[in-house]
Design a binder for this molecule. Structure first.
Ligand SMILES: Cc1cc2nc3c(=O)[nH]c(=O)nc-3n(C[C@H](O)[C@H](O)[C@H](O)COP(=O)(O)OP(=O)(O)OC[C@H]3O[C@@H](n4cnc5c(N)ncnc54)[C@H](O)[C@@H]3O)c2cc1C
Length: 366
């Protein structure tokens, strides 16, 4: 194998490219990224970059090895697996012997056809646009009470804005389960956030840009409306490629998709499981997939998935998927901190210092 092409420009792509070198691949590695910015991390966008506390430049990922060819502003438009070409928007074919698919996700949008200007938060550009809107606003309406929506709400409160969050379901329940969700919901209320539930769902209204939200027959308006309603795997360019797409690019447990093709990160879904669009998952999958592309059989960490959130002064670290597991069977509360464990395979800390490895061990020690 002489030429490996990595499609994507963020943590999964960068990790895969670096890991190919770590595993001794000395051929050409070319990274094709649709973004014009050098690879950066999205994690602080909703936490400190949106408020201006951290600068855009602080999100930069460590630079790639000089031997990796980085082509920014280069979007893959399609894939020809027979010819082994990635076809760019310009029509240029980029040949490969091995391919890493790491195109991640894009923000899901709610706006009906003809409406533009819906604010979301996925990229640095989204963050800059939303930050600019917030400087002229007194109040903000966040649609979506998942991890991202609640982090945006928290940051908006630090800016002194009136904040309402609306969702079909109670905040964070679907991702964290009732106990952890309640901890954060209580903190959000104490920080003055108005939380609304609209079981019938919400609809953006406005002639050009969103001017309000209709929820169960009621119209809510705000100076700024931002949608945080999940992400969609970026697989559009793979339509017609023959690869199996089912809520993401379907891989085996080592990230293999087809001959000479692997996938990792938010775009990938391991056969028979759900997609896990979290940072640590992207890093771990990228390492395993890069090794698999070189013909190595490397097992994953073997630990349950891990993710975290930070909002309203509450730092939560989670291993496994507590949602759906009900009440934890171990709760250790010490002042403002908590350690929770579900014997079915999850553990979490709240404002509690514990190495991530230990939290993951605790989750799997059932
Ligand atoms: C605001 C925010 C905060 C977050 N906070 C946390 C957190 O606290 N903890 C946590 O665990 N996770 C968090 N996440 C999730 C985490 O950032 C993602 O899991 C991670 O970014 C996934 O990395 P990825 O490389 O797979 O995909 P992405 O980050 O989506 O990157 C995909 C890259 O591929 C490029 N691309 C897409 N299509 C093409 C194409 N056709 N051609 C070329 N390039 C293409 C994109 O431009 C992008 O550069 C957060 C996400 C966001 C948006």
């Amino acid at each position: 194998m002489k030429r490996i092409v990595v499609v994507g420009g963020s943590i999964a792509a960068v990790t895969a490219a670096s890991w190919l070198r770590v595993r001794g691949f000395d051929g050409t590695v070319t990274l094709l990224s649709a973004e014009t910015e050098a690879p950066y991390t999205r994690v602080p966008l909703s936490k400190t970059v949106l408020s201006g506390l951290a600068k855009d430049a602080s999100t930069a990922l460590p630079p790639l090895d000089d031997s990796v060819v980085l082509r920014l502003g280069t979007r893959a438009a399609s894939l020809d697996t027979r010819a082994r070409h990635v076809i760019l928007e310009s029509g240029e074919p980029v040949p490969y012997d091995g391919l890493v698919i790491a195109t991640g996700g894009r923000a899901r949008r709610l706006s009906p056809p003809g409406m533009s200007g819906e604010r979301v938060l996925r990229t640095l550009a989204d963050c800059a646009a939303l930050r600019e809107d917030l400087t002229h606003a007194r109040n903000v309406l966040v649609v979506g009470a998942g991890l991202l929506g609640m982090e945006i709400a928290s940051t908006c409160r630090t800016l002194g804005l009136e904040v309402t969050v609306i969702d079909r379901d109670p905040p964070l329940r679907r991702v964290l389960g009732p106990v952890l969700a309640e901890v954060i919901t209580t903190a959000a209320r104490e920080h003055g956030v108005m939380l609304r539930t609209a079981p019938g769902g919400v609809r953006l209204v406005g002639s050009h840009r969103p001017e309000g939200v209709e929820a169960d027959g009621e119209l809510l308006t705000a100076d700024v409306i931002v949608s945080a309603v999940g992400d969609v795997p970026a697989v559009d360019w793979l339509t017609g490629s023959g690869l199996t797409l089912d809520c993401g690019v379907v891989t085996d447990s080592c990230g293999r998709v087809a001959d000479h093709i692997v996938a990792a990160g938010d775009v990938a879904v391991v056969r028979g499981t759900r997609r896990r669009p979290h940072w640590t998952n992207a890093v771990e999958q990228a390492r395993v997939a890069a090794a698999a592309l070189l013909g190595e059989e490397v097992a994953g960490s073997g630990f349950p998935s891990y993710f975290w959130t930070s909002q309203f002064g509450v730092d939560v670290k989670i291993a496994g998927e507590p949602a759906g597991l009900g009440e934890p069977d171990l709760v250790d509360v010490d002042g403002g901190s908590m350690l929770l464990r579900w014997s079915a395979g999850a553990a979490a800390t709240v404002n509690h210092t514990m190495p991530v490895r230990k939290i993951r061990q605790l989750a799997s020690a059932s």
